[in-house]
Design a protein around this ligand. Structure first.
Ligand SMILES: N[C@@H](CCC(=O)N[C@@H](CS)C(=O)NCC(=O)O)C(=O)O
Length: 239
């Protein structure tokens, strides 16, 4: 195995952005915490976060050729050129990274909607605050993020088929996941916002039809969305 991905086994979460890149490229990888065996499983993952140089703060992280790389956007920055999912030019790569960091911001906010008071508390213990946070997220933040993705597609000098340059990148794959995620968690708010972002929806549809992605989505490796992940469907938060 060339790449070892470490992430919580039963949810898509942040690991999914990395999985989509590995799957789209047909990379040889192992989803370590989902496997059983001596150096596999969740214990192997938490073990890999201690007692080594440059250990990661939190999953996801990647092991490749003796290196450990944490932080979703940094993992993708590393994988992009290796998997043929990033442009060659340095400034284009920085732009792609900037887009991915914005995806990370959106993901953090989507998480904080159901955990506005504390990451260590249950959703059930922060429901009134979650209701308030969700209202703002639905009406202001989802449209603001999605409109920005639409705008950068529209303004791509190489055309609106991709976010950066004229071929597929890891950020395009992340757009698929963002659209799926907001549709799952906030179906009504997402439908409203996505009506105004046809190029983003078209990109999502093209990614879904990529042969490797189609095969992945049909496989058991794609965990369904659930209420342990980042994008959670609590109907009261999509009022
Ligand atoms: N900014 C990091 C965040 C990583 C993160 O928050 N990971 C979560 C799972 S999605 C976790 O395990 N957090 C444990 C903690 O923060 O203590 C990234 O994008 O990778």
């Amino acid at each position: 195995v060339s790449y070892r991905l470490f992430y919580w086994p039963d949810l898509q979460g942040r690991g999914e952005f990395v999985r989509l890149a590995l799957e789209a490229a047909g990379a040889d990888y192992e989803d370590v915490a989902r496997r059983r065996g001596s150096d596999k499983g969740v214990e192997a993952m938490t073990g890999r976060m201690e007692g080594i140089a440059r250990s990661s703060f939190a999953p996801p992280f990647l092991e490749h050729e003796g290196r450990i790389i944490g932080q979703t956007a940094a993992i993708l920055l590393y994988l992009g050129p290796r998997l043929g999912l990033a442009p060659n030019d340095e400034i284009d790569r920085l732009w792609l990274h900037q887009i991915q960091l914005t995806v990370s911001d959106l993901v953090a906010e989507a998480h904080d909607v159901h955990h506005p008071v504390g990451t260590g508390l249950y959703y059930e213990d922060q429901k009134p605050e979650a209701l308030r946070r969700a209202a703002e997220f639905r009406t202001a933040r989802i449209p603001k993020f999605l409109d920005w993705f639409e705008r950068i597609l529209d303004e791509n000098p190489q055309g609106p088929a991709h976010l950066c340059g004229s071929s597929l990148t890891y950020a395009d794959l992340s757009m698929f996941q963002i659209v799926e995620g907001v549709r799952y968690a906030f179906p009504k708010a997402a439908a409203r916002a996505l009506k105004k972002t046809p190029k983003l929806v078209a990109l999502r549809n093209r990614v879904a039809r990529l042969p490797n992605i189609e095969a992945y989505l049909d496989s058991k490796r794609r965990t369904p969305f659930n209420e342990s992940g980042i994008f959670r469907h609590y109907p009261e938060l999509d009022a």
